[in-house]
Design a binder for this molecule. Structure first.
Ligand code: ADP
Ligand code: MG
Length: 233
């Protein structure tokens, strides 16, 4: 599903430059649940943003579902991004004045899905994340865990091939984090390919493979025996 070879990325600020990714290689197969783990500043978000086509590497190659991602014009990049990828962020990134169901339906509006279908799908995915009763509530009326569930429903509604989650539990307390990981594990059990960026070891062990990033280099990439979040929720 994902093949990256020798990715490099630097940021330039005035006369200074910071070499953040220093030759990253890895493949992700369909159906995997992988964490990218590393301390703050190790380059996790930079890598995830490149995988998410929100940013581009300086050199190296990236092939997503057989499509080489390089020098795409913004229109085509946006189409692939919408078709292939779903995003989950630490800060949920919900629209505050829209209800849960409208938040979930909004990306489908931009994709031109007819109103009836997008409302039906939005309700379907809210039900899937356990929020059927909350569909007409505003984000301000939801807990952090519920907000992240809305964001997960929104990401799923576009039926992406890959879900990319950047510190999805970073703003949540421990118990709520495990509840969200339980949901993510369930979605992966159904076959979805998922990448989770985290600096927390216990969260990483709830995936099936840990890619350990340090100072822009992968220092370890190993399968792990998945800890089921269910036992903690
Ligand atoms: P992580 O997600 O692992 O905490 P990041 O990928 O966000 O790490 O950042 C890696 C390094 O790159 C950090 O030193 C950060 O300050 C720097 N950095 C990230 N984004 C930018 C940017 N847009 N411009 C300049 N420096 C950046
Ligand atoms: Mg980060």
């Amino acid at each position: 599903m994902i093949q990256i070879k020798d990715l490099h990325k630097s940021y330039h600020m005035g006369n200074n430059s910071l070499h953040v990714l220093k030759g990253i290689n890895f493949d992700v197969k369909e159906g995997e649940l992988v964490s990218i783990m590393g301390s703050s500043g190790s380059g996790k978000s930079t890598l995830l943003n490149i995988l998410g086509m929100l940013d581009e590497a300086d050199t190296g190659s990236y092939v997503l579902d057989g499509v080489p991602i390089k020098n795409l014009n913004e229109k085509i990049a946006a189409r692939y991004r919408n078709e292939f990828l779903g995003f989950i962020f630490q800060s949920f990134n919900l629209i505050n004045y829209k209800s849960a169901v409208d938040n979930v339906a909004l990306p489908m509006f931009y994709k031109g899905v007819p109103r009836k279908e997008r409302v039906e799908k939005a309700h379907h995915y809210l039900e899937k994340v356990g929020l059927a009763q909350w569909s007409h509530h505003l984000p301000s009326e939801l807990s952090g865990g519920q907000k992240q569930r809305v964001a997960i429903a929104r990401a799923l509604a576009s039926e992406p091939k890959v879900l990319l989650a950047d510190e999805p539990t970073g703003a949540l307390d421990t118990k709520t984090s495990y509840e969200v990981m339980d949901l993510i594990q369930g979605i992966n059990d159904e076959g979805k390919t998922i990448l989770v960026v985290t600096h927390e070891e216990d969260i990483a062990h709830m995936t099936k493979r840990i890619v350990n990033l340090k100072d822009g280099i992968i220092i370890d990439d190993s399968p792990v025996k998945q800890v089921r979040a269910q036992q903690y929720v």
